[in-house]
Design a binder for this molecule. Structure first.
Ligand SMILES: [Zn+2]
Length: 159
């Protein structure tokens, strides 16, 4: 009999392990295990990521999903971050294109995300909630803060 150690599958494409993995947590030996009551949120997130995966037609490279309070503090995340609730992930999709193209595809899709943020030209933050707002934001500079809509580097709306 072959035995495999498996992480629970939350959706077609994503396991629990995939959404709690963090290089920072591993490096600093931070426990990033979510409490059981957050599993339904992580399942909602995983199903949303499935839709993005299917929309883009290429695997997502997820750098951060769930963040325990200790991990969130270590990465300087906002205290009430949707990551801490198991509702958000940061990702890129190199097979599809640069982050701006990914953000535009999400904005123009029918996917019921809560918030998409095009962050620092480097990655996409996406969250899913029971009451999705389909909010799209851009951030280039922490001092400038979040800007409404999907904006290019000249702060002009992306067509
Ligand atoms: Zn994020």
């Amino acid at each position: 009999m072959q035995r495999r150690s498996r992480s629970p599958r939350l959706s077609r494409y994503y396991t629990l392990a995939r959404l709690v993995h963090s290089d920072t947590a591993r490096e600093h030996r931070i426990d990033n295990t979510p409490p059981p009551e957050l599993i339904p949120n992580l399942r909602l997130l995983a199903r949303g990521l499935d839709r993005i995966r299917l929309l883009l037609g290429h695997p997502l490279d997820i750098s951060s999903g769930y963040r325990s309070p200790a991990l969130n503090a270590a990465v300087g995340g906002a205290r009430n971050s949707q990551h801490s609730q198991g509702l958000a992930a940061d990702f890129t999709c190199p097979g599809f294109g640069p982050p701006l193209a990914v953000a535009r595809a999400l904005r123009d899709s029918g996917i019921a995300f809560d918030t998409v943020i095009y962050e620092f030209e480097e990655w996409i933050h996406v969250s899913f909630t029971a009451t999705p707002r389909r909010r799209v934001l851009t951030i280039y500079d922490p001092e400038e803060g979040y800007l409404d809509g999907l904006l290019d580097a000249e702060r002009q709306p992306v067509a």
